[in-house]
Design a protein around this ligand. Sequence first.
Ligand code: UPG
Ligand code: MN
Length: 460
Amino acid sequence: MGDHAMDDYFLCWNVTGVGEPCDRSLAPPRCPQRDPRTRASRGLPALQESTRGSYDTFLHWLIPHPFTMPVTNQAFVTLGTNDLYCQGALVLGKSLRNFETSRQLVIMVTSEVTSRMRGILGKVFDQVVEVDVLDSADSVRLSLLKRPELGVTFTKIQSWTLTQYTKCVYMDADTIALCNIDELFDREEFSAAPDAGWPDCFNSGVFVFRPSLETFRRLLKYAEDHGSFDGGDQGLLNSFFSNWATADISKHLPFIYNLSISSIYTYSPAFKQFGSEAKVVHFIGTPKPWNCKYNPQTKWIVEEEPLSGSQHLSFLVLWWQTYISDILPLLKEQQEVTGTENKFGMIEFHMKKTPSLESFEEVPEGIPDSKLPDNSSVQPPADVNVQDQDLPSQLQEQPVNQDTIHMGLLVQSASELSLREAEEKLHREEERKKWEEGHIDYMGRHSFENIQKKLDQFLQ
Ligand SMILES: O=c1ccn([C@@H]2O[C@H](COP(=O)(O)OP(=O)(O)O[C@H]3O[C@H](CO)[C@@H](O)[C@H](O)[C@H]3O)[C@@H](O)[C@H]2O)c(=O)[nH]1
Ligand SMILES: [Mn+2]
């Protein structure tokens, strides 16, 4: 346990008696756990009067609580080099917030991330830090992995420059937390979980590290001298922290902190046995959740090619439910702040088939509960064969947030959601606007050759 959190923890332990961990239900008033509205929205029972009046409660009100006291010198860190990956980062950030992390949330972005997206990221993350793109430019090795885009993941090593923090947990933008995972800060650099494909290597989607300019410099030098055996950051980091596999078992994070989605079907008995203990799911490889299509009516993934099993799909659905209940409202807020004429314009971009917008301008008051979207469970539609008991417990209950119901209704009326199409459409609109405003990229996208190519494609 690190730094400030340590003192607070011991204070609490001394007061409540050694051996008796703090009772979260007795947290001080500023703890959202005590707020009846938060409790109701998360499906928690209301606190009983008797627990409020006890001597212990009184002491807890006076003494900082270990679970809610912010630890400002430690952070969860993620990376988004474009608006699509940032959508993933938003879901990750919100999942950490929903489970009341006491650590700071930081996202590193690169120049390609739009100001619109940075504004939204600022609502979830404590810090949005611009970093330079580092690219391994190692197309030969990356093509072995069939993922040419992963060279850009070298940018991840910029995490070591965040020296305002003493310890950090890096998490890929394609991960989601299923519970509070602050205990990861008890670990030391360099801790990570085994990679499902080659368990003597760690997976670089979740790791504990200590920012240091010296380590950053050494990593850069190592990259220059040796490159990366897989072309991405994972190869580089595994070579750099090469004694991870053998030196210190405490630096092996349990697999449940980085449950690779692929292992659900490559070792399904293990998933059956241990899946309910999962704390972080990692949507490694493809497709990423934001590249899948989601149908809000059936509350299930639209399968264009058969995907890998219903448990896999359940996690994708969980991602989408978090997106719909926690991220879409932020997009709407942002829209209102920036005062764009079309109130639901941005939402429209997130729908494949959008019914007429007028019908959503006002959501009628007093809609019976039965008509409200039921976000309370992640279940496949009737024709999808999955046994309830096969699903991890986290997937069987999803909090309903009263504030998101309007948005839920909006989204429920769309037949399919696709973030990729949404972003592409938005990008095209922005390009058109730039062109109309006279910002023409004569040397690049709008060069004569490119325009000629487009015309040829069109005329074919
Ligand atoms: O265009 C991109 C690509 C990646 N990322 C970031 O880099 C991370 C890693 O990329 P991802 O597509 O998630 O890679 P994985 O499918 O998880 O593949 C593996 O291989 C990568 C390259 O070595 C490692 O970075 C991953 O941690 C490892 O799980 C993402 O989550 C993002 O945070 C971007 O921001 N933009
Ligand atoms: Mn990843």
